[in-house]
Design a protein around this ligand. Structure first.
Ligand code: SAM
Length: 232
């Protein structure tokens, strides 16, 4: 099978909830990824290119997906999987009943996420190609999943603005931080924008190893005495 011009294979990913129950998800990934990575271009000093981060399942997606499987039904909820990559987090949200929008700046990522959504028999999902540093979409979401997208400090302010602008009243942002870059200023910015941050430290699988990752659940604080927010 070929997706977006790249050889593809399907694999079963077991999502294990905190209570030990497990659900298998079918996920397309690039077959023999190394074949497509231009190491010379990646290591070249001139005109550096982004590595194909989208083509791997990161610990963030695993953490978010497992937490979603352990959580309540998402029937009737809208979910944005921002920086979806292969789309594991969004697929898990859709399996819990949400209407999911997969968003990424890489069209190849969206092609893979769409193939996996179809392979799991999901309905009610769509894909949007966007760059969160410059684009907006005319929608707000009940939940925004942002698994391992907070790695570039130059984009922190734009990411915070995007998240704030696209979250519906009463919604929440589930964002993972793999603790590789300094993110204190980013989370301080989110708190300054009125968000409360509930943090959970997790150890999750990633490419055959285990990784520490931090799951942030960000919700808008309601000030005492403020009028209740009206649904949009
Ligand atoms: C490290 S990968 C994480 C993929 C997936 N969420 C996961 O955890 O497996 C980062 C993803 O964010 C996407 N991304 C990075 N910067 C972006 C931007 N400015 N706008 C939209 N997508 C972006 C990349 O294309 C890539 O798919």
């Amino acid at each position: 099978m070929n997706i977006a011009g790249l050889g593809a294979r399907i694999r079963q990913v077991a999502l294990t909830s905190a209570d030990g129950t497990s659900q298998a998800v079918r996920l397309y990934e690039v077959d023999d990824l190394e074949r497509y990575v231009d190491v010379g271009a990646l290591l070249g000093e001139r005109d550096p290119v982004d590595p194909p981060y989208w083509a791997l399942v990161w610990s963030g997606a695993e953490a978010v997906a497992c937490a979603l499987m352990a959580g309540p039904s998402l029937v009737g909820q809208t979910v944005l999987d921002l920086g979806a990559g292969l789309g594991l987090a969004g697929v898990a949200a859709a399996l819990r009943g949400a209407r999911v929008c997969f968003a990424d700046r890489c069209p190849e990522a969206l092609a893979y996420a769409a193939a996996s959504a179809a392979a799991n028999g999901l309905v009610g999902w769509d894909c949007v190609q966007l760059d969160f540093t410059s684009d907006q979409i005319a929608r707000r979401f009940d939940r925004i999943l942002a698994a391992d997208v907070v790695y570039d400090r130059a984009h922190h302010a734009a990411l915070a603005s995007f998240l704030e602008r696209h979250l519906a009243h009463g919604g929440s942002i589930w964002l993972t931080d793999r603790l590789y870059v300094a993110t204190d200023a980013f989370f301080a910015d989110m708190c300054a924008r009125g968000f409360a941050d509930d943090v959970e430290d997790l150890v999750v699988p990633e490419m055959g190893e285990t990784m520490k990752t931090r799951l942030h659940r960000l919700t808008r604080q309601v000030s005492v005495g403020a009028p209740a927010a009206q649904p949009t």
